[in-house]
Design a protein around this ligand. Structure first.
Ligand SMILES: [Zn+2]
Length: 139
């Protein structure tokens, strides 16, 4: 093997594989950032409210999984029923409430249009306390 052949072999064996190191590094970094984002997001979903972009009808999407899980565990402990069975029933009950949907419906139940849902946030505690005397008694 002469000198030129040696460098050709080196180029093919090592040089062409250097970009792979960069590629593996990028994939590793992306996976790590993905895990981090997933951890920050929180594991238990909560219900959120949205308004119809056309008529302002309010719907609730999803349910508070943490609260349902706790309730189910409590009922299961008291009655001896299987926890997953109780939880399934509770989730079904939650989603059967009026204006409650597992995912955003494409058509608004209020006006029947293909709509866009505008998410709304619950008030912060300080604002809720300040508004408490003005709130009509709904119960
Ligand atoms: Zn609507």
């Amino acid at each position: 093997m002469n000198h030129a052949d040696f460098w050709v072999v080196m180029f093919l064996a090592v040089g062409l594989k250097l970009p792979l190191i960069g590629l593996f590094y990028v994939i590793w970094k992306a996976a790590k950032l993905g895990d981090q984002a997933h951890a920050e997001q929180g594991s238990t979903p909560v219900s959120r409210m949205a308004l119809c972009g056309y008529c302002g009808a309010r719907i609730t999407i999803g349910y508070d999984a943490g609260r349902v899980h706790q309730r189910a565990a409590g009922i299961a402990a008291r009655t001896g029923q299987a926890a997953f069975d109780v939880e399934t029933r509770l989730v079904r009950e939650e989603l059967a409430l009026p204006d409650r949907y597992p995912v955003e419906p494409t058509r608004c139940p209020g006006c029947g249009e293909h709509t866009v849902w505008a998410p709304i946030e619950a008030l912060p505690d300080s604002a809720a306390i300040a508004l408490e005397p003005l709130r009509p008694d709904l119960n």
